[in-house]
Design a protein around this ligand. Structure first.
Ligand code: C6P
Length: 425
């Protein structure tokens, strides 16, 4: 007899819709049709970089074929068209993160450059000996090293929020770490190793209580969930295009307008000035003050196409799809003898799973998976302090995106089981 229980019927119906949607999304990504070692590619290295849909490839191609020219410089038609497309991309990004103004959206080369910009401009202007910058033990190197470099130059103290055994931020002593001395709290929204999603609103409220500014590293969150800079009330947000269907070589620094207005330029050169005399120069208005030199024009246009593509899918759907997939991946990998998953349970994580398997070196593991057509990353993922904290040197990592399917998780689990069998775990 048919099961008429509405609770049981509902997920099956939703599943069918999800499957159709994912199948349609997959058709947008030509690379997903390729074979690796005579097997259909299973691409699970999305936290390193995502694949690109036809609309982004077409936007890049169209720019170079039809209106390649420099921006903000020429009065000829091609330059006007290129400038319009470049500035349209800025508006598209402004809408995507719900910034109050396009003047708050600065194009950089990516998350790394965005954080370095804040360190070298805001940091140099505002940090003094005796001040503190508070970051966390789960940061990517790009949110540790710029602060270490600046601390050496300026003489402030860099402090770290520790981790719990589970891989969450240990906020039990936050009031002793975050004090009147703290001028900046800078933390990763979603960890690229543990998968942990950090409580932005709680941390922002705590920072506001002591008058500290807040920088959020959104490299692994903006591509995967709705991020609204006004709702979160962050001062700065950094992210990269290439992890969210866009090209490499472009990313964003969002900053609150009043802060950006008060900050000195970081790099000097063309486009960032209003007037240059041999005796001194005057700076351009926002956002150009922070965009010295010819920008990555095609890449910005490609990023605009990427955020339009993601908006068309809907970021709520993206987050829900990844939540489902990561829960399945967590459950499947947990069943394999010798596999240790790093970080919290699926309810507290974004769409990635880093793991070790017995004492198999993660590079060997990734090579075995590659032979099965499954692409994962192996190494310390530019986050050595987390690995130190966990007492390991490296891990393997499967990271998910909009086009991944439960069948692909099965392929990963089967390949991993094969590796476990070879090494007799
Ligand atoms: N993480 C990974 O495989 P760039 O390289 O500037 O686009 O992004 C740097 C960065 C900053 N923060 C976080 C949380 C990140 O994950 C990354 C990039 C990639 O995990 C490459 S190391």
């Amino acid at each position: 007899m048919a099961n008429l229980d509405p609770v049981a019927v509902q997920p099956a119906a939703t599943q069918a819709t999800t499957q159709d949607r994912v199948a349609a999304i997959r058709r947008d990504f030509p690379i997903l049709g390729r074979q690796v070692h005579d097997k259909p590619l299973v691409y699970l290295d999305n936290a390193a970089t995502s694949q690109k849909p036809e609309s982004v490839l077409a936007a890049l191609d169209d720019y170079y074929r039809r209106y390649n020219a420099n921006v903000h410089r020429g009065v000829h038609t091609l330059s006007e068209e290129a400038t319009a497309a470049y500035e349209r991309a800025r508006l598209q990004v402004t809408r995507f993160i719900h910034a109050a103004s396009e003047k708050e959206v600065i194009f950089t080369r990516g998350t790394t450059e965005s954080i370095n910009l804040v360190a070298q401009s805001w940091g140099r202007a505002n940090l003094r000996p005796g001040d503190e910058v508070l970051i966390t033990e789960m940061e990517h190197h790009s949110n540790i090293v710029p602060w270490q470099i600046l601390a050496e130059q300026v003489g402030f103290t860099l402090r770290y929020i520790p981790l719990t055994a589970e891989g969450l931020l240990d906020l039990s002593h936050l009031d002793t770490l975050l004090t009147e001395r703290t001028k900046l709290l800078s933390f990763v929204h979603a960890s690229n190793v543990l998968g942990t999603i950090n409580p932005v609103q709680r941390l922002v409220a705590a920072a506001r209580a002591v008058g500290a500014k807040v920088l959020v590293d959104g490299a692994q969150s903006v591509p995967h969930m709705p991020v609204d800079v006004q709702a979160l009330d962050v001062d700065f947000l950094a992210f990269s295009s290439h992890k969210m269907c866009g090209p490499t070589g472009i990313g964003v620094l969002y900053g609150k307008r009043a802060l950006l207005e008060a900050m000195p330029p970081w790099m000097g050169g063309g486009d960032m000035i209003r007037e240059v005399k041999l005796t001194g120069s005057k700076w351009n208005t926002l956002p150009y003050k922070f965009e010295a030199g010819t920008p990555s024009i095609a890449e910005a246009i490609g990023l605009g196409a990427a955020v339009e593509y993601l908006s068309g899918i809907g970021m709520e759907w993206v987050a829900a799809h990844e939540r489902e997939l990561v829960a399945y991946a967590y459950a499947r990998l947990s069943q394999i003898e010798g596999v240790r998953i790093l970080g919290p349970g699926p309810e507290a994580r974004g769409g990635l799973v880093a793991f070790t398997a017995g004492d198999i070196h993660p590079h060997d593991l990734a090579a075995i998976l590659d032979a099965e057509g499954v692409a994962v990353r192996a190494g310390h993922h530019c986050a050595q302090p987390i690995h130190d904290r966990l007492g390991i040197v490296a891990s393997a990592r499967a990271s998910l995106y909009i086009y991944n399917t439960p069948d692909e998780i099965d392929r990963l689990a089967e390949a991993l089981q094969k590796a476990a069998d070879i090494f007799a775990l």
